[in-house]
Design a protein around this ligand. Sequence first.
Ligand SMILES: C[S@@+](CC[C@H](N)C(=O)[O-])C[C@H]1O[C@@H](n2cnc3c(N)ncnc32)[C@H](O)[C@@H]1O
Length: 183
Amino acid sequence: MNNLTKEGDVLFPNGKKPEALLQRILELSSISGDMILDSFLGSGSTAAVAHKMGRKYIGIEMGEHAYSHVHKRMKSVVSGEDQSGISKALNWKGGGGFKFYELAPSFITIDEFGNPVIDSFYNDTKLIRAMCKLLNYTFAPGQKDYWKHGKGQGNNSIYVTTQMLSVAMVQQYQTIKTNDKNM
Ligand SMILES: C[S@@+](CC[C@H](N)C(=O)[O-])C[C@H]1O[C@@H](n2cnc3c(N)ncnc32)[C@H](O)[C@@H]1O
């Protein structure tokens, strides 16, 4: 516990776990290449140890310390600058990498009348991207066919709109599609 506060060069009083303890736990419960999940990442100790031990890992953190502690700490693990914790015992010299994602807000929010509505964060492009992702289409807006927002399996495409689609509009797309095929 002696140098715990200094580990990873991030201060995180009342919660930080020693890297050596986490190393012992990962040694007992996993092998190289296994996936480690810490959904309460705190200062990032689990991710730092998993990385140095050659494990894959997912860390989740809701606090600002995701940026101020975890991101900073992991960059220094990857560069090899972090020589604290278990680094010296493992002869850690750096290497590897990580992806850092920010969760978007919930898609649906409740408005002042108590109705579920799409969150204003989602402008047209974000809405289309989100629907493509959720419904397994590749985001690929058509250059000439404005109703093609994404590609699916085979010839399937997706059109995302917040407007009510009339039968006439659908028939119009159908006509253009049929004409395209005949050309
Ligand atoms: C005790 S700390 C973990 C400390 C970590 N083991 C370490 O060594 O640095 C718990 C963390 O869980 C985070 N947390 C709590 N609820 C959460 C949630 N629902 N989603 C993501 N993180 C959460 C808190 O912000 C806090 O940083």
